[in-house]
Design a protein around this ligand. Structure first.
Ligand code: MN
Length: 498
């Protein structure tokens, strides 16, 4: 994915009381930390060192500058020394970017035989950061807190996650989502308040009549779709009849034409996510399957049947996962296999599953679709590699958006599926199918999810906190009793607080 050169500002707090000599050391230490982190931690976002802030005015002006710097997607704060927190009120009131409080210390160990009061006065994070924490708590700011020695890998990993979430948050703030056709008629869970989605999450959702896209399909030239056909030939296994000269080849050619048209349509409008609806395809010869799969694998968000919330979340998760091992895809709960403790869910969609999660080279096939009444569409068929993942959704509860995340374990299917012509995953949801499905239903979650093996639920927790939306996690520790209490507590919280 081609993301902008995002940056996060590293702001060290102190005060004038310490005098020039100590403040010089404070600045030197924080600069060394930023330089070393940038060089060694492998972060996806560059840290930008800022001069130590020592007064209310300096804090406010630094934060106003961070707010207006387009490349700046968040700030990290650290109190090397004591920085009286009333000085931070004006700045934190003005802050419009995500914030992480890194609670660390320049040195790792106490120099037992050397330590004196000069050392004590310089290395005061243990109390300086607690003073800062107080005002953040009192102002009820959603702050990511990372605690630990700054050279430790665990600290890097937690910062790395948050930086990725900041990138996704910045990406969401101008995210255009195109709906080709409306939401599927009568479907409740995939619908929602598009005005509130833009207010809360930045998502801008527009409708486009399918005819606008058909206009693009009609203009695609043989040389344009020829480039894609040779790409398909190189990248995928093929059902023999879908190869050049085979009797299903015309369906593959049509799929390539749709892909060229869709990519052009989206690129011209800088659209980051889109939806289709198999019920609204007037003028298109087949449901776009292959095109959706391939656009997803390039980082575009997708949701079927007009599900714009899942399309948008998928895009955000793909930004978080950018460059990480493992894929991220649109997915749907299809069919259960009840088998006691090993009960699991077969996941798939009519066609649109992202090949980034494929266990092996996908196979390009053409088959009829039992629904929608259109010509046979081309699609990539594959299994998902076993391992851990998450399935996530955002639903509209009327007075708030609710994110629900379930940890899942992808396992091998019990046998090959020779008659199932779609890409699929097979997973055991945590803590077990009965509890997971029970909790998911209590939470009002979708049948569609955004699924990833590249990221874990901490990313989405950070994202929900920045967006200030509700978050429910279903994991190894979930019990139905506690989950019901969480839902009731959240209902009260959102009634009183929001
Ligand atoms: Mn669906």
């Amino acid at each position: 994915m081609n993301l902008p050169a995002y940056e996060v500002w590293f702001i060290t707090g102190s005060q004038h009381l310490y005098g020039d000599e100590i403040l010089k050391q404070v600045a030197g230490h924080s600069l060394k930390m930023v330089e070393e982190l940038n060089a060694t931690a492998g972060f996806p976002t560059k840290l930008i060192w800022k001069p130590t802030v020592k007064s209310s005015e300096e804090i406010l002006s630094t934060i106003i500058a961070a707010n207006s710097e387009e490349k700046c997607v968040g700030i990290i704060t650290w109190m090397h020394t004591f920085s009286p927190a009333k000085m931070w009120i004006a700045g934190l009131k003005a802050l419009r970017k995500p914030i992480c409080h890194l609670h660390t210390q320049f040195n790792s160990e106490i120099p037992w035989s050397e330590i004196d009061m000069d050392f004590m006065n310089l290395n005061q994070s243990a109390h300086g950061d607690r003073e800062f924490g107080h005002i953040v708590s009192r102002m009820k700011l959603g702050v990511k807190v990372v605690v630990g020695y700054w050279k430790d890998r665990e600290v890097w990993e937690r910062l790395d996650k948050w930086l990725r979430v900041c990138n996704a948050w910045a990406d969401a703030q101008d995210m255009k989502i195109a709906r080709f056709g409306d939401n599927m008629n009568n479907v409740a869970v995939t619908d929602g308040d598009k005005v509130d989605a833009e207010l809360r999450l930045g998502y801008h959702v527009d409708y486009y009549p399918i005819g606008d896209l058909v206009g693009y399909v009609e203009k695609v030239t043989p040389s344009e779709y020829g480039v894609l056909l040779s790409e398909y030939d190189k990248m995928y296994e093929f059902e023999p009849e879908a190869r050049e000269g085979g009797k299903k080849r015309t369906s593959v050619v049509e799929a390539a034409r749709i892909e060229v048209a869709m990519r052009k349509f989206l690129e011209e409008r800088k659209i980051k996510a889109f939806t289709t609806n198999f019920n609204a395809l007037h003028g298109l010869h087949q449901l776009p399957g292959l095109a959706c799969q391939r656009l997803m694998s390039e980082g575009i968000g997708f949701g079927a049947e007009g599900d714009w919330k899942t399309a948008a979340l998928l895009r955000s998760m793909k930004v978080m996962a950018n460059g990480l091992k493992g894929g991220t895809s649109f997915m749907e709960d299809y069919t259960y296999n009840f088998d006691g403790k090993n009960s699991a869910i077969l996941q798939a969609h009519m066609l649109e599953v992202c090949p980034s999660i494929a266990a092996a080279r996908p196979r390009l096939e053409v088959h009829p679709l039992g629904i929608g009444g259109k010509a046979d569409p081309a699609r990539l068929v594959f299994n998902t590699a076993s391992g851990r993942g998450i399935a996530a959704t955002i639903v509209d509860m009327g007075n708030r958006f609710r994110m629900i995340v379930n940890d899942v374990e992808i396992i091998d299917t019990k046998a090959p599926l020779p008659k199932l012509p779609v890409a699929r995953a097979y997973w055991k949801p945590m803590p077990d199918l009965m509890t997971s499905a029970h909790a998911w239903i209590l939470a009002g979650g979708t049948h569609h999810t955004s699924f990833s093996v590249a990221i874990d639920n901490e990313y989405l927790e950070d994202f929900a906190q920045i967006a200030d939306i509700e978050m429910l996690v279903i994991d190894r520790n979930t019990t139905i009793g506690n989950f019901k209490k969480d839902i009731k507590l959240n209902d009260v919280y959102y009634k009183i607080m929001k």
